[in-house]
Design a protein around this ligand. Structure first.
Ligand code: BGC
Length: 368
């Protein structure tokens, strides 16, 4: 692609915003400029947005996993293509979560500059998604060195957010920032509560009204929610948890877990009363925290690996999805087209049982 001929992202984001914008936001934009004012209108909304409304708009999402969060895109067999975004749109999803390993594409010493070519690649994907009127959760994913030595990576982590936030500051409200995927290791729950505050401060310098998504330590687990401390005076935040329980069912045969994962092969999930009760009790913990703190919840990852029996995967996926929706949690299935994938990229078709478990009324099911 001839990069020099490209329209800058900010212009495209603005055009998309202008197309999607309601008459109410036109008024607020117009108040910002006059005929004699040569400055471009700033699409950054003039009013704080309601995170509960934002969460409702991204009810059904999917992770574009194994692509931009691999050490380099393609290394894990998945390269995002525009047609995938169209497939996701046509299937009836509202949102995509885009995991990104920014730390693999930035200088390791100050000023920690993010590679401009990598920014352009992420811009491309974001443009494809915004053009299709889907919501986006953009995160920092697999920053493993930060988990091992948070102190050594503190400034770099905030610098990455400063750059990302400034780069996308004029994007529409439908772009959300998720501060960090699955804090763990030395980045303990207490330390994470400190880091997340500082990250919010950095992002708010350029994005006062951007909706943020903030998860729990360790590993995004629902159990960590009671240790999460968000700043009371910032209400434009959606809390996120991940759910992969029972782990020996969802991660059977998953090589990255270790050898024991092979011993779990053949584990089923049939929706017994005990199995359902466990899900309900886990989700109710999240709900009671959310109600107490008046925060919306996004179930940012859930999924069962392809080595699990398909019928069980479908039953589990449907039950988790329904359990989330019953509590007004928005959700993003892990993931589109790789090891947990609901789309078979080789055969170029949806795994209809899984798609049905997620979106029973999907137009893609009607045509079959
Ligand atoms: C990780 C993925 C992994 C998935 C399920 C995600 O948070 O980023 O690499 O496949 O969890 O284990």
């Amino acid at each position: 692609m001839n990069r020099t001929a490209r329209v800058p992202l900010s212009s495209i984001l603005f055009m998309v915003f202008a197309l999607l914008c309601s008459p109410a936001c036109t008024v607020s934009q117009n108040t910002g400029s006059t005929d004699s004012d040569p400055d471009p209108v700033q699409p950054q909304p003039a009013q704080p947005v309601d995170p509960f409304e934002q969460n409702a708009s991204m009810q059904r999402g999917i992770n574009l996993g194994n692509a931009l969060e691999a050490p380099s895109e393609g290394e894990w067999g998945m390269t995002i293509r525009e047609e995938f975004i169209q497939l996701i749109k046509d299937a009836g999803f509202d949102a995509v979560r885009i995991p990104v390993r920014w730390n693999a594409h930035a200088m390791t010493s100050s000023p920690y500059t993010i590679d401009p070519d990598f920014f352009e690649r992420v811009d491309d994907v974001i443009e494809w998604v915004l053009e299709r009127d889907l919501m986006i959760v953009l995160n920092i994913h697999h920053y493993n060195a930060l988990m091992k030595d948070p102190g050594a990576h503190r400034q770099r982590f905030f610098s990455l957010w400063r750059q990302i936030a400034e780069h996308y500051h004029d994007a529409p409200n439908s772009l959300l920032f998720e501060t960090l995927n699955e804090p763990h290791g030395e980045l303990t729950a207490d330390l994470w509560n400190e880091y997340l505050r500082e990250a919010i401060g950095v992002i708010r310098e350029s994005n006062p009204y951007r909706t943020l998504v903030i998860g729990t330590a360790p590993w995004g687990g629902f159990g960590g929610i009671t240790d999460l401390s968000l700043p009371d005076d910032d209400r434009n935040i959606i809390t996120t948890v991940h759910y992969y329980n029972p782990f020996h069912f969802t991660h059977q045969g998953a090589s990255w877990v270790g050898e024991e994962a092979d011993k779990w092969l053949g584990t089923t999930w049939t929706g017994t009363p005990e199995q359902k009760e466990q899900v309900n009790s886990d989700f109710d913990k999240v709900l009671s925290w959310a109600e107490e703190h008046n925060r919306p919840v996004h179930l940012g990852e859930f999924g069962a690996y392809s080595a699990a029996p398909m019928k069980s995967r479908e039953l589990w996926t449907e039950y988790i999805r329904k359990s989330a929706e019953k509590r007004d949690f928005s959700w993003s299935y892990w993931e589109f087209g790789a090891g947990f994938g609901i789309y078979d990229r080789d055969q170029r078709h949806w795994r209809t049982g899984l798609l049905k478990a997620l979106i029973p009324e999907s137009p893609e099911l009607e045509s079959r």
